[in-house]
Design a protein around this ligand. Structure first.
Ligand code: NAP
Length: 429
């Protein structure tokens, strides 16, 4: 074993960074044996230097992250600050000064992954980010390496623990959205400002990263269609249950049937209770991958939290250090397929539509005609009437989002349709 240690700088020492530092210390002997050289924590950049950081020598702590990454003697920079800046500039500077980078930063990778990969490649360095998607769950490396010989057609996942906790609570207790969110906040599963989670921004960043890697093409955050889950109601869950389904916030990345394009989207959807994703409870994450040769694979585990996320960071750190010792780099960006990302209107799936209608003869035929005129074929219709008003629940066969949108636009204008109570996609069949 080499005795000269590999030098590692830690940018950020919060929920994830403090666990990375702890494991680097407590597992130092095993990490050295696995890497083939000891790893030394060479510096820790934070915002508030006076905070007590257990297990970290105070002389290692600095507020000057730029000076730290410019030292020139670093082997690896671990970026766990989060956000776009200063993380982007610090990562770029680290490459320019000879270090490889491990990051957990989904927002940055989804927005600027291609540019960062280009800088890494230019300087012959590694950029690894297993922790950026689904915390502890090995997903990036299986897609990038284990499935490199297969053709991935679909990635369907629950990649945000906060929203899964809320939806699971609504499903199991019958609570409304706000009540379930309040519980998630009280238990520490939701941030004080839950927007990034409940509006699907966090999941959309992960979908962009997953789609790019799965289909060997560039998918940016802006390419991902995003709908949050704040409008999901207890009534939606009741309808889902009647269909033998539950509701999950899903990230769905698909290759078109003709292979010529891809789509990436995040939205709430009904999935059958028999689908493995339906049994993902609480704040857990799971990702279902469908490939030509492997068939269906499921990856499951804790998608967040300090120690689970640090596990993924440390796995990357070991891989990058091994590459460094071997004088090589791991796989970089693979975007050779250069597939266009199709708009949401071209996505084809099934729909569950709940309409409030007048309870009189001919309404059902009128509604069915509108579906037929837009080429949307109906699978089942359920009607319940009371006091001159009725609810009509229509479940369609597979149709394009554009066709369904056109159907609903016309339905809204019918005198007999009082309102569209909900539209929910049905996935996983
Ligand atoms: N938390 C999770 O469960 C989780 C899961 C997966 C991925 N991630 C990703 O991991 C990253 C870190 O998340 P986290 O939850 O650990 O965040 P966090 O607890 O807020 O920690 C952020 C750290 O960065 C430091 N920092 C902030 N701005 C800085 C600056 N300008 N210069 C130097 N240091 C700065 C903070 O310093 P102070 O300590 O002085 O405030 C803090 O130590 C994010 O990209 C996040 O998306 C987190």
């Amino acid at each position: 074993m080499r005795t000269r240690p590999l030098k590692v700088a830690l940018l950020g020492c919060g929920v994830v960074g403090s666990e990375v530092a702890r494991i680097m210390t407590t597992q130092a002997v095993d990490l050295a044996a696995r890497i083939g050289a000891p790893v030394e924590l060479a510096g820790v950049a934070v915002r508030r230097p006076d905070r007590v950081r257990e297990g970290i020598a105070p002389e290692l702590v600095t507020t000057d992250a730029t000076a730290l990454v410019k030292r020139g003697d670093l082997d690896v920079v671990v970026e766990v600050i989060g956000g776009i800046e200063p993380a982007r500039t610090l990562i770029t500077t680290a490459f320019e000064h000879g270090a490889s980078v491990v990051s957990a930063n989904k927002a940055l990778l989804a927005q600027d992954g291609a540019a960062l990969h280009a800088v890494a490649e230019e300087h012959g360095k590694d950029l690894y980010y297993e922790a950026a998607v689904a915390g502890a769950i090995p997903l990036i490396r299986p897609l990038r390496e284990s499935l490199a010989g297969d053709k991935v057609n679909r990635v369907l996942g629950i990649v945000n623990g906060t929203t899964n906790f809320i939806l699971d609570a609504m499903d199991t207790t019958g609570a409304g959205y706000q009540e379930a969110l309040d519980e998630a906040t009280a238990l520490g599963y939701a941030e004080a400002d839950p927007t990034a989670d409940v509006e699907g921004f966090d999941a959309a960043a992960k979908a962009a990263i997953l789609a790019g890697i799965a289909f060997h093409t560039r998918v940016r955050l802006d390419d991902v269609h995003r709908e949050g889950m704040t409008e999901v109601t207890a009534a939606d869950f009741a309808s889902a249950r009647e269909m033998g389904c539950t509701i999950k916030l899903l990230a769905i990345c698909e290759r078109a049937a003709d292979g010529g394009s891809v789509t990436a989207r995040v939205h709430p959807a009904m999935i059958p209770l028999t689908h493995p994703l339906a049994s993902v409870r609480g704040a857990y994450n799971a990702v279902f991958v469908e490939s030509d040769a492997s068939g269906q694979l499921m990856f499951y585990g804790p998608g967040a939290g300090g120690a689970p996320t640090a596990s993924a960071v440390l796995g990357d750190l070991v891989a990058v250090c091994r590459n460094r010792l071997g004088g090589t780099t791991g796989p970089g960006e693979s975007a050779y397929a250069a597939l266009p990302v199709s708009p949401m209107g071209e996505v084809v799936t099934r729909y569950h539509i709940s309409l409030d209608v007048a309870d009189k003869p001919g309404v059902l035929a009128q509604v069915a005609t509108v579906f037929a005129e837009h080429g949307v074929s109906i699978d089942t219709v359920r009607q319940q009437g009371k006091d001159g008003e009725a609810s009509l629940v229509v479940v369609t066969h597979r149709a394009s989002d554009a066709a369904l949108g056109g159907t609903v636009d016309v339905l809204r204008k019918l005198d007999t349709v009082r309102g569209v109570a909900s539209i929910m996609r049905v996935e996983g069949e």
